[in-house]
Design a protein around this ligand. Sequence first.
Ligand code: ADP
Ligand code: ZN
Ligand code: ZN
Length: 738
Amino acid sequence: MSIEQVEVLVPVPILEKFSYLLPDQFKEKPPMPGSRVIVPFGNRDLSGVVWNVGKNNAPKGRKLKYLIEVLDSKPLLDKESLLLADWASRYYHYPLGEVISYFFPPSIRKGKEAKFAEVKFLELTSKGEFLNVEDLSKAPNQKKLIELIKEKKDLSQKAATAYGVNTSSINALIDKGFISRYMRELSPYKKVETPNRNRTRKKLNEEQKFAVDSIIKSENKNKVFLLNGITGSGKTEVYIRAIQEVIKKGKQALILIPEIGLAPQAEERFKKYFGERVLSFHSAKNDREKIDAWLGASKGLIDIIIGTRSSVFMPMKDIGIIVIDEEHDLSYKQADRFRYSARDIALYRAKIKKIPVVLASATPSLETLNNSLQGKYEMLNLTKRATGASLPRYIPVDLRGKELKEGFSDELIERSEEELKKGNQILIFLNRRGYAPSLICKTCGWLSNCDRCDALMTLHKRPPKLQCHHCESQKDKPKVCPSCQSDDFLSYGYGTERVEEFLTQRFSKFPVLRIDSDSTKKKESMNEYIDSINLGKPMVLLGTQLLAKGHHFPEVTLVGILDADSGLYSADFRGSERVAQLMTQVAGRAGRDKKPGKVLLQSYSPDHPQIEELINGSYESFAKNLLKERKSVKSPPFAFQAKIQAESANSYISRDFIKNLINNLKKSKAFPKDIRVVGPLPAIMEKKSGVYRWELNTLSGSRKSLHQFLDLVQASLYSPKTSKKVRWSIDVDPLSSI
Ligand code: ADP
Ligand code: ZN
Ligand code: ZN
């Protein structure tokens, strides 16, 4: 039977799939689903991905165009990836043609050949075949090259040079017509690799052993584990062992990590165990590196991929386990365009493949904790620090009535000095970069407002500027007040730059290392910082949440939290969950090895119930209390949530857009009953990056009803009648309300 047409996904924000007729030359051997093709679209030619072969779902009477070219004779995506894309598109209500783009490196998606880099190879010509090598005895280098080619069969020019043959000998033989040069694709990965067996193996403790065994036992099952282990309890060690079993069976592993900064260390740690077939993958890799990793993983040449959020779409030949480290981390959720959660995509991917997933965290998200408490996930507890160290002691520092020096109490300064003099490292945590969060005119009260956001601009000193941390716009610090011309300004509040200035002067004998997204902009700087910390000399580490995540600094004995109150009174209902996670993670950097650690927590409200719970209880008890609260008000995870947002240059236009949307939908017979609609309401920060944002918040106890509702929303929003003045978005399982 000959195939007449195919259905193709094109990268445009349209819900439809488009059918194309096959020219005669492709009818007998039509492109398969997952192959790329070139198709005419509007007045352009686009690279699309074949979705269906044979079916024609195009509306009756539409005149179909002919497909232009088939780029791949074999599909680039397997069935699993296609199923996953389909699910993700429906779950997040985002066009499939755009979702599918996430499964490719950008240049491949646009149509570049899916090949490893081509390199120069050398081969004998027929004249060369008959050459007697002894004729070359006066040119030993040339003789050696001929022998090498005969011996190796496959010889790249680079390999020849590595054997000591210089380029002039190669060129001489080419000139004489004995050999020729050709280009061929070369995989940068070795075919087989024996893992490094020399490393000393740690003896697992009972809890670790139990965890490893449980995971291994569910090898071919779709089972989800919450590896719930306190900071430094050896979670990584557990999933390394589980992965080892998977690799032994010839399968692959995918490990998601929250932060690019953690990738090099993770890669190094895994290479020690698993040899060279371990690769990290993230957005900072260049195009060639991305393509290589992608090809390597899909051809099964790589055993382990360690990557950030987008790696969850990486095609793999035979994936056997997925690990999500720090599963609670916000970076797993993409905040714009396709608003997916890499954790939730991973869970579905594992379901399709029937493989286990390990969610690891010392501070699991309430969603995950709840799923574990309900028995949907199996909870594996690690309650002790693996090195035998104990958890750090919390020492609250009541700031009420105290005189502070640049945000520091005397107690924190004294204790810090004590530790440094003993030769230890200390870590000061302040989750605010820049010099001061605002600039105020002392004469008239003028404030450094951002023109484009409902927010204040932060004062930076190096380089000097005012910068908005919401829209990133910047301007020079004014010399005189724009409103009253006075030059008497007050830098109000503390950021890391300012605290760095104070610490450098106060502890002048010790190096101060500031680690925030400004000081780590350069690609290698984070690595360099980590290396210098690992030298173990006494020093002051000062940083934002970048320092809180996952790092193991054995010499840190004191953690100082400058401002434990920030975030306690957040307008976001997830605020306290975030604060508890962050505090616990930062605190967890103290005393991880032989030396015991302490955490000084500066607060104006040390008897606030949430701070007390963290100090005297644990993250888990804190989280369980929060779950009770959420249950009583039926908020997530006890309800499913989605948010629809509209933004435009005018607040009324955004508001009316949402208002009309919901009013129209309510007229529909398909409007589900069991759904709560809140709004239109302005976003917590209504004006951001120059646009005004209004939202509709929707909640339901039934996932199905919520999705039925979102289907209506989607159909309405994608209609050609929708106003072009407004940009809108649908966010399923939103995590941020700002
Ligand atoms: P986590 O991932 O829970 O933060 P890690 O796996 O990084 O913890 O382990 C913390 C430290 O404890 C690391 O230095 C690690 O090498 C060490 N460690 C892990 N398991 C053991 C063990 N069974 N015996 C001794 N040390 C261990
Ligand atoms: Zn003024
Ligand atoms: Zn701004």
